[in-house]
Write a protein that binds this ligand. Structure first.
Ligand SMILES: Nc1ncnc2c1ncn2[C@@H]1O[C@H](COP(=O)(O)OP(=O)(O)O)[C@@H](O)[C@H]1O
Ligand SMILES: [Mg+2]
Length: 417
């Protein structure tokens, strides 16, 4: 029998021209196969389809149906735990919605709805940005995230606050009208707090707060569409910021102490474990944060005057982290399962392994963010090796793999060659 050249059934490339040809596992002799490049292309297509379908499914609230309870339900689909924060956000967002949609009661036409910019307080990786992002999706408005620590007063080296609005404008497909209804999330706002007792010029702190304040207050922001500042007659773009919602977020470590000093409650709790006790107490204190505490922390009163809503998020506990790992439609576990599925391999991550991952995430104090990095560490070697193994049917990750005691367990098809 003459040997026929084996080619990818999709692009026709020969085996020698590709890194890997994958054959139909039940009948390797039929010559139906796919190369690594086509596999990657298919994967890209699948993922694109998936996120498109997801996006369409996500925006489901009709205008007539927009109510805090409905917004909360939407948030429940994306954010695990954080119930109090979700309720507070639902109310704030409902009010914002009325404002941007110009819905007002006839008899109260004179009443101007003031904008309720929001401060979200909570530890790293607990879902602050995720909530803000989900809300932008729900309202179908552009969204951008900026990091307060990279911002500077005009004239200093760093990013000008105008750039934030420019990024929003880019996210809005350069549509000025859409930009003016967007949501801006400014992270790490606690890092630009002024510190009592700090000496010298406060480049990063109060100056930036003043610059941000100007941006929220002024009603409009100008920027040039590209960075070529040396082109004098370049158009300047002006965005009306009156209706842009600003969501500030930060960890505000130790703000619980400030609350405690104000309310003057002794720190007696009810847990036998002193560490747990301290944690519970701190969370309880944080939930009672008021504007005065934030000012004491170091945000200037004029700035806080523009942020009437404060929402506190809790640290995610073990159960929440476990749920986050698998439950959301786009959870990290599902993403990995999908990656293996494309190679026709079943990925199993045992309950014990999941718990070990969660414990490690808690140890690292990076909230749900830690889940992804730990997963990546655990999966790296096997993700590297498995594409060049033949006939793999299943990969199992158990507790020992997470604890680096042994390699992932690889199961092969019976008739593997
Ligand atoms: N409460 C949560 N529910 C579901 N996923 C979460 C939650 N908190 C964090 N995550 C996951 O962790 C990632 C980082 O969270 P993020 O919202 O950026 O944290 P931060 O509070 O630091 O802004 C998110 O993209 C999401 O995958
Ligand atoms: Mg964030």
């Amino acid at each position: 029998m003459a040997t026929k050249k084996v080619r990818c059934s999709f692009c026709g490339k020969e085996e020698k021209d590709v890194r890997k040809l994958v054959f139909r596992k039940d009948s390797p002799n039929e010559g139906v196969c796919i190369c690594d490049e086509c596999t990657m292309k298919c994967m890209g297509m699948l993922m694109q389809e998936e996120s498109k379908a997801q996006a369409e499914k996500d925006v489901t609230i009709a205008a007539s149906d927009m109510r805090p309870t409905r917004i909360k339900k939407f948030l429940d689909e994306h954010i695990i735990g954080q119930d109090r924060a979700k309720v507070a956000m639902s109310v704030a967002i409902y009010n914002h919605y009325k404002r941007i949609e110009n819905i007002h009661l006839d008899k109260d036409d004179e009443v101007q709805l003031t904008k309720g910019n929001i401060l979200m307080m909570g530890p790293t990786g607990c879902g602050k940005t995720l909530i803000a992002q989900s809300i932008a999706k729900l309202l179908n408005v552009p969204f951008t995230v900026a990091d307060a620590t990279t911002l500077t007063e005009a004239g200093y080296v760093g990013e000008d606050v105008e750039n934030i609005i420019k990024n929003l404008w880019i996210a809005a497909g350069k549509n000025i009208e859409r930009t003016s209804k967007g949501i801006v999330c400014i992270d790490e706002i606690d890092k630009i707090a002024t510190r009592a007792g700090d000496k010298g010029r406060d480049v990063g702190g109060e100056g930036v707060q003043q610059a941000l304040l100007k941006m929220i207050e002024s009603g409009s922001v100008n920027f040039t569409p590209d960075n070529a500042k040396n082109r004098p007659q370049q158009d300047v773009i002006t965005v009306d910021t009156t209706n842009i919602l600003f969501i500030f977020s930060g960890a505000f470590n130790n703000i619980g102490n400030i609350v405690q000093n104000r309310i003057g409650v002794s720190g007696l709790g009810f847990h036998s474990d002193p560490m747990q006790n301290k944690k519970e107490n701190d969370m309880e204190l944080r939930r009672q944060v008021e504007t005065v505490d934030v000012i004491k922390f170091g945000l200037i009163p004029e700035f806080m005057g523009r942020i009437p809503v404060i929402v506190t998020l809790d640290e995610l506990d073990e159960n929440a982290l476990l749920e986050i790992m698998w439950k959301p439609k786009n959870s990290i576990l599902r993403q990995y399962e999908r990656l293996f599925e494309i190679d026709n391999i079943k990925l199993t991550v045992t309950e014990d392994a999941r718990k070990a991952i969660v414990r490690e995430a808690i140890r690292r104090k990076s909230g749900a963010r830690g889940l992804r990095s730990i997963f990546e560490e655990v999966m790296l070697d096997i993700m590297y090796e498995v594409p060049s193994m033949n006939g793999v049917s299943e990969v199992t990750i158990d507790e020992g793999v997470v604890l680096k005691q042994h390699d992932p367990i690889v199961t092969f098809y019976q008739n593997a060659s």
